[in-house]
Design a protein around this ligand. Structure first.
Ligand code: 4NP
Length: 145
């Protein structure tokens, strides 16, 4: 799961998807394209909305997306089109590029809908993002199994 800062959207996406899959079978992680928040906890608003849904994000720490992630992961879900461009620019083969997709394409195939960055907004933005990611993860899980 990849966003810009790895403190708002992708930590939520990681927590939501992890809660729906067997940890013995799937390794789920998240990262940011910027690296500006390296080592930080998720944003307190992401932690709060996750907690309302019974998920704990406080074991997560922000890290930057690195090229090795293309080797370590089968699927790379990005939150928006800007993340898509940044991640794909690091791919060194078509196979790596093909691992990357906008997460909302699970719900709206081919529409390239952005998960909006909630960082500068209020709590409603985080609520909205949670719902979008939960919908997407439900579909991702059905496709994996
Ligand atoms: P995220 O949100 O990409 O969903 O983690 C952001 C977090 C921080 C910043 C931008 C977006 N920032 O500019 O610091």
């Amino acid at each position: 799961m990849v966003c810009l800062g790895n403190i708002c959207r992708s930590p939520l996406a990681e927590g939501i998807l992890a809660s729906k899959l067997d940890p013995e079978l799937y390794f789920i992680d998240s990262a940011g394209t910027s690296g500006h928040h390296n080592g930080e906890l998720p944003d307190r608003r992401s932690i709060a909305i996750a907690r309302e849904h019974g998920l704990n994000l406080t074991n997560q720490r922000s890290r930057k997306f690195v090229k090795e992630d293309f080797e370590d992961f089968d699927y790379i879900y990005v939150m928006d089109n800007s993340n898509y461009r940044d991640v794909v620019s690091l791919a060194n083969s078509e196979e790596q590029k093909n691992k990357v997709d906008r997460i909302m394409n699970a719900v709206f195939p081919g529409e390239n809908v952005d998960v909006p960055d909630p960082y500068y907004g209020g709590n409603d933005g985080f609520k909205h993002v949670y719902k979008m990611l939960d919908d997407a993860c439900n579909i991702i899980v059905t496709k994996l199994s």
